[in-house]
Design a binder for this molecule. Sequence first.
Ligand code: PAF
Length: 343
Amino acid sequence: MKKQKFGFLLIMAMLLLVISACSGSKEKSDKDTSSKNDSKSDETFTLQAGHSLPEDHPYHLGFLEMAENVEKRTDGRVKIEVFANSEIGAERELTEGMTLGTVDLVVSSTAPVTNFVPELSVLDVPFIFKDRDSAVKVLESDIGEELFDKMNEHGIIGLSWAENGYRHITNGKHPINKPEDLKGLKIRTQENEIHIAAFKELGALPTPMAWTEALTGLQQGVVDAQENPAIVADQFKLYESKQKYMTLTGHVYSVAMYMMSQKAYDKLPEDLAKIVVEEGQKAGSKERDLIIEMEKESIQVLKDNGVEIIEDVDLVPFQEAVKPIYSKVEFQDLLNDIIAAQE
Ligand code: PAF
């Protein structure tokens, strides 16, 4: 009997031990979760932001302001390190990095991002936007929201719409006044199917490559021409890379985006992630204002450095030449919605 009582007591004691061990581990796991969302925690976070342009380009300045505001509002708990000049990857690599979670924040033109989010390619159709104001109106409407939703399906959060500026053609051979002048010209394009198709329609020989390869391509004569906004031509001194002529075709209003990796967002406590998103949402319009301010200045710098600027271009023959692209676009409904929204 005594033996039975002892056995019973032993079992009870063991049960108590197990119960207390379990409740101990529950307490621990509750604590872990609460510290993830605790804004008073001392934990700090560093995010890496990357882009392909120099430190005085609006892409960079937009990020610097975002970084400053985020650091202030989080009492130094979130720092954003900004890497310019493709230091942590060219635009396509940066986009891939966001999907993998190896890059946290990126500002990039849309063209290379279409390789991951094909719906964005509609924004790169030449002459799709009437003008800058119409483009911004479209991007900041439900159409832009839906595109951001599509990006989300690929692990990228669209923070705000920015711009690279109007793309113009530069080359080292001769002035370009009409599409026929592009015949046989080897032109570096972005890695984007629509851009490649458009330059084929215009009679040029498009060679897609990352911007990191474009300068050497121009210097070594692998390509004769390229197309980019005046600020890019100025900041990369393209006149030192044989680019003597710039034709103001403005064939693509080059949309850009401030973006965040979903994986980076998920790593942050909720209150801090909210601040990063809110500040990222402000970066785009600030960046666009800076582009407008700097565009004219850059054209002057190019002129001062001997670039012949072909300003009064009859755009109608260029628009006619690229028209066949419109019926080949995969997302016809989206294309029509964008056109209708500007009527
Ligand atoms: O031509 C490009 O690749 C882009 O316009 C650039 C210069 C990287 C800026 O987004």
